[in-house]
Ligand binder design. Sequence first.
Ligand SMILES: NC(=O)c1ccc[n+]([C@@H]2O[C@H](COP(=O)([O-])OP(=O)(O)OC[C@H]3O[C@@H](n4cnc5c(N)ncnc54)[C@H](O)[C@@H]3O)[C@@H](O)[C@H]2O)c1
Ligand SMILES: O=C(O)C(=O)C[C@@H](O)[C@H](O)[C@H](O)COP(=O)(O)O
Ligand SMILES: [Zn+2]
Length: 360
Amino acid sequence: MTETDTVITVRGVDPYDIVIGSGVLSQLADRLGPGVRKVLIIHAPTLGAKANELRDRLAGDTLEVLIAEVPDAEAAKRVEVAAFCWQVMGQADFTRTDAVIGFGGGAITDLAGFVAATWLRGVRLVQVPTSVAGMVDAAIGGKTGINTAEGKNLVGAFYAPAAVLCDLDLLDTLPRNEILAGFAEIVKAGFIDSPEILDIIEADVDKATDPTTPQFRRVVELAVDMKARVVSEDFTEQGLREILNYGHTLGHAIEHAERYQWRHGAAVAVGMMFAAELGRLTGSLGDDVVDRHRSILDSLSLPTTYPVGRWNTLLATMQRDKKARAGMLRFIVLDGLARPSVLQAPETSLLFAAYQEIGS
Ligand SMILES: NC(=O)c1ccc[n+]([C@@H]2O[C@H](COP(=O)([O-])OP(=O)(O)OC[C@H]3O[C@@H](n4cnc5c(N)ncnc54)[C@H](O)[C@@H]3O)[C@@H](O)[C@H]2O)c1
Ligand SMILES: O=C(O)C(=O)C[C@@H](O)[C@H](O)[C@H](O)COP(=O)(O)O
Ligand SMILES: [Zn+2]
């Protein structure tokens, strides 16, 4: 660890560190742990050059490095792709003393986590997120999974990594629109828990979204810290962890309706706007906080509207949301800034009224 690294520990049965900083990838060999003989790096073609550098850096007398190059983005989160990874591991006699490295955006770390959780019922996993969404959310909380034809993340496991390395230098090739999409999860952290994030974005959106600035690092650290605190309390989402799903009930339905051609962050942005309008209609959220959602998301060029005519499709898909109980939908809403709560079984008419507010 260097002086400038930030280490945030997730407490629990198997505590683990999330390390944030410039150049922290150099810690990977140490973080793999003792006794590891083989590692499988799972990555998408976009990270091919960086994955090869990583392979060359890790490979040595005692470590054999395998590579599984898989399809990009949501196309990675399919059972056929997991089966391909299992095949690579099987053919290499991958044992419980070996380790998986998830190297990519949130889709890749979700897949890699699922592969690690399921191979031999669990092998060591080190996550190396390379996108903003991966660093502040996907790679750090132990939710792993893949999609099915019926919906998003419907198959998966809660599986803790041994460590997460958030090397900010890896963001140098991340396209601007992906940085902004990742900010949806940072904004989520701001509204449910850490308003300082919102202040920093409002003060200077360009600086906040530039990975080389202190403002960027600060919002990343605040978002990671929030998630680490929540996951430490409720790893398997028995209650508190549901707040991390703010904006996701509608967001996931939009991703499904759009056949995953929308970025996760864009769909979550619309979902948060919808949840804010729900809060306004139930009287729990003031106009100021609702309007703040719109202005911050606008400043990040994230969408806040969706076609009104798609409502029936979205409603049907939302029934499969993991927070639903006995056929009744549940939404994370705000009772004020940084005061998340659960809206139980709202009337469909209320949901539609909120949807009309964001309808285009
Ligand atoms: N498990 C969780 O708790 C959790 C949390 C948030 C999001 N997610 C999941 O994460 C996914 C969204 O993550 P995402 O926004 O990272 O999307 P993504 O993984 O699809 O990556 C977005 C794009 O950026 C590219 N990319 C990533 N890093 C790059 C880099 N350094 N340089 C160049 N290109 C790079 C990817 O190849 C991809 O094309 C969704 O599947 C979402 O469901 C999971
Ligand atoms: O970590 C969590 O818990 C979250 O809900 C974080 C979300 O940002 C993330 O998109 C997650 O994958 C959604 O989980 P799901 O259980 O609704 O599929
Ligand atoms: Zn998310």
